[in-house]
Design a protein around this ligand. Sequence first.
Ligand SMILES: [Zn+2]
Length: 427
Amino acid sequence: MNEQLALAVRRRTDDLVALTSDLIRFPTVNPPGDAYTPCCEYIARRLKAKGFATQFVRGTGAPGDSDRYPRTNVIARREGRSPGATVHFNSHIDVVEAGEGWTVDPYAAVVKDGKVFGRGACDMKGGLAASIIAAEAFLEIYPDFPGAIEISGTADEESGGYGGVAYLAGKGFFSKPRVDHVIIPEPLNKDRICLGHRGVWWAEIETRGAIAHGAMPFLGDSAIRHMGALLHAFEEELFPALDAKETRMPVVPEGARRSTMNINSVHGGQTEDFFPGLPSPNVADSCRMVIDRRFLIEEDISQVKGEVVSILERLKRERPKFDYSMRDLMEVLPLMTEEDAPVPSAIAAGIREVFGKEPEYVISPGTYDQKHISRIGHLHDCVAYGPGILDLAHQPDEWVGIEDMVQSATVMAMSLDVLLRGAAPPR
Ligand SMILES: [Zn+2]
């Protein structure tokens, strides 16, 4: 155990709590994307005082970007004494809305029972604070380190990351030679390493019919009945088939360790907005459905789409006048960094030291900003690792444990030691 480094982190416990609390007090709610600029300025001020060069980058033109709600990002970089690798800690600063059911003020950062409460405490201002403390402790003990450390606070992860990590990756902020290793302190629990996520395919399917008077439906063709046939086929064939597909990906929770599909919405028929309470008098000539299909590393996206298309094509052969169109809304390929890559190996070494046990390797059921770093930045040595209990994210009375943050920051500081100074990972 690198006691010096561990102590340097622990000495900063009060500072860690204060930093987390300050970050929670910025109501960086997305949508709409509030308070990004003051939050980034706060992070920049803090890191500038520790010798970091700081830079603000606005995700100009990204969804939601406006002068009222600029998609502000901050990137801070601290050069070492000599050339070497760069380790980057990336945290999103946005949080989801507080919602109902809180027993404390979600933006007051109440500290009690060894926890800091607030919207974003767990997802992921506690993780951001832990990474800053880890870097500061490392700098105190090893001021002459080789390489560089970067810390970023980025916009919009909760809405896809387009004004945040995706935008920055497009500008080269997440590519070699600038950066070699990335740690995303998302709340995956302090002794777990998240290697990646399942794939995503969102699509809109429209069935079409012919409009007619509702009293004479035989003169038309109901798009809703066509959609019903599709839903029936999904129930009978697709859902059981998806449920049978198991993966070697260690997805948590375990229920997500297979293919899944959600039907996000179905909208058919004429609008009822003009006549509140009165039903539409027509046969529906259009019905639209949005599906959210999550797929596995063992599946190919063309095969995933093919399963749905083959059902649609069969219905077209079987049902008179059945017609449809399909439009892709989003595609994200599944990601899984190998366990023996440098970043997961370094974090694993830290977990062994701090907790005296092997790390648990997990895969997230949903995606996060790692997708942009991999796909746009072509940087693959990236994992999510941070304090906080995943299940608390987006919930009322969200909290992060103070001891969890300290331990997790210690693991991060030790990872810096391995990745930058080449400290031998203990076995
Ligand atoms: Zn998050």
